[in-house]
Design a protein around this ligand. Structure first.
Ligand code: MV4
Length: 510
């Protein structure tokens, strides 16, 4: 095992890796920009090295600073976390060339999965199902419309160099083709410096289901099962769960085998994720492979009992995976909500400020993977993700109830957050039925983010003024409606409404 690991990241994922290091008895070295000098990940690590000013281009993205920090602290390995340098092939290579261990896949595997068309070719060669389409870039509009006729409209134009949805355009008929191709090319050129675009049949109403894989250096590659990631907005996942309501044990086995086959074809080692579209008929198509640890890894950890981050480190240190595929199956249900500093009632506008109050949820089955504390400044230099709130329970219904309860316990003041939005999703009838697909959230966004109805808002304002006049000294009493409201069994939704009404009536504090 390593003596010392450098963590080339910040925030909640840096802290997550620090925790894994401590449990493995490995010394941890944090890095920080000037904006993060007092951040929790810096304090919790055994050592910390400044890597530059606040902008990530001048700090967290500077490969040489990371190598220098590792050299100075005697670290033998570097964990990149997610984002930043995690999927940059040159960085993985530079770490190896410096005589250090990159805690992630080989640089060659990152490269093999980096180009979407190359990944598609690799998948096809390995017998992994992909969405019907081309692998070669389109030459021009005539080539494109001829190809589109073959697959039938609607088709989807995708950037060859891309990923994450940039440079994507749906084309519903030949009349739209030229304009869409132009737009896709322009976006691809801007985002990736490469305007190559190819074509796929457009899958309508699919779920986004991904498979976590873990491979060691001895050729064992295991599937740790699926995550359901359909609740997303503009390619940003908001809520993830494991397992998926749409995946039977049989489908899990087939998707798992497929993901392992794709990983093997790429020469994959360490933790990675194969993304699939799962259509309404249960057919699945490989989209791409994320060659890094992912934000949503905790839901898989909770249902499998396997600490993915610890195993990333152990695999990088040359240990052998001790699990057998047939011993891995999901136990219970896990749900993750990404708590972000965004204002859902204002188009998810990033919100900035200093955390002035923080009450964290706790109790049975609750996990908080956060990187903030009271006094933390939330600015615009980095991603708005503050924490992942993750719960585990025996069933999906119980997990939803637990998440709802945990979200109610969470109090975070100083910035706007996604908390209330998550509460509404947990209360939503369609979500509770599991009737979600990749367009679900965008379709339901208005109803999930609307502010109080005007009548309630006016009433709340009146009461707020009255409370102020009272010097905020309100006695804590049982609301008059309590008997009626509390009789019989109450759903979480009823209870919240009851509590809200009691607060609006000025009968209770909080
Ligand atoms: C698709 C698709 C429908 N049909 N490909 C979006 C991001 C990129 N990784 C692939 N994406 C999609 N590819 C075909 N042929 C729909 C999406 C898509 C999507 C996929 C996964 C998660 C969220 C998504 C949101 C919008 C579109």
């Amino acid at each position: 095992m390593f003596n010392t690991i450098l963590i080339a990241n910040r925030g909640e994922i840096a802290l997550r890796i620090v925790r894994a290091c401590h449990e493995l008895g490995v010394r941890s070295v944090a890095v920080y920009s000037d904006a993060d000098a007092h951040a929790p990940h810096v304090r919790e690590a055994d050592l910390a090295v400044r890597v530059g000013p606040a902008p990530s281009r001048e700090s967290y993205l500077v490969a040489d600073r990371m190598l220098e920090a590792a050299r100075r602290t005697g670290a033998e390995a570097i964990h990149p976390g997610y984002g930043f340098l995690s999927e940059r092939e040159p960085f993985a290579r530079a770490v190896r060339d410096a005589g250090l261990v990159f805690i992630g896949p080989p640089a060659e595997a990152i490269a093999a999965m980096g180009s979407k068309t190359a990944a598609r070719r690799l998948a096809i060669g390995a017998g992994v199902p992909v969405v019907p389409g081309t692998t070669e870039p389109l030459r021009d509009v005539d080539d494109g419309t001829a190809t589109a006729e073959q697959f039938g409209y609607p088709v989807l134009l995708k950037a060859a160099a891309g990923g994450g949805g940039k440079g994507m355009r749906v084309v519903r008929g030949p009349g739209e083709f030229a304009g869409a191709l132009d737009a896709a090319r322009r976006e691809a050129k801007n985002a990736f410096g490469d305007d190559a675009v190819y074509i796929e049949q457009y899958i309508v109403g699919p779920r986004h289901v991904e498979i976590q894989v873990l491979g060691d250096t001895f050729g064992t590659i295991l599937s740790l099962g699926e995550r359901e990631c359909s609740v997303q907005r503009r390619n940003q996942k908001m809520i993830e769960e494991a397992p998926s309501v749409a995946v039977s044990a049989e489908l899990r086995r087939r998707m798992g085998e497929t993901a392992v086959r794709a990983a093997r074809a790429a020469g994959y080692v360490n933790a990675g994720t194969c993304e699939f579209l799962l259509d309404r008929d249960g057919a699945f198509y490989f989209l791409e492979m994320n060659t890094r640890l992912q934000v949503e890894h905790p839901v898989t950890e909770l249902v499998t009992g396997i600490d993915i981050v610890q195993w990333q480190i152990r695999i990088a240190a040359g240990e052998r995976l001790p699990f057998r595929q047939e011993d891995i199956s999901p136990n219970g249900w896990a749900i993750e909500c990404r708590i972000t500093s965004e204002d859902p009632s204002n188009g998810f506008l990033p919100s900035t400020g200093r955390i002035s109050f923080l009450r964290l949820p706790g109790g049975p089955g609750v996990r908080w993977d956060g990187g903030i504390e009271v006094g933390s400044d939330v600015g615009l230099h980095y991603d708005p993700m503050l924490a992942q709130l993750v719960v585990h329970a025996s069933t999906r219904d119980a997990a939803i109830a637990r998440m709802h309860r945990a979200l109610l316990e969470l109090t975070l003041e100083g910035v706007e957050t996604s908390r209330d939005f998550h509460l509404r999703v947990m209360e939503d009838e369609e979500f509770r039925r599991g009737a979600i697909e990749i367009q679900w959230l965008e379709r339901r966004l208005a109803s999930l983010t609307s502010v109080l109805p005007p009548a309630d808002a006016a009433r709340a304002a009146t009461i707020a003024a009255a409370l102020l006049a009272e010097g905020e000294r309100v006695r804590r009493v049982v609301p008059s409606g309590a008997n009626g409201g509390a009789a019989g069994s109450t759903s979480a939704g009823d209870r919240v409404a009851w509590r809200r009404a009691a607060r609006l009536d000025g009968l209770v504090e909080g």
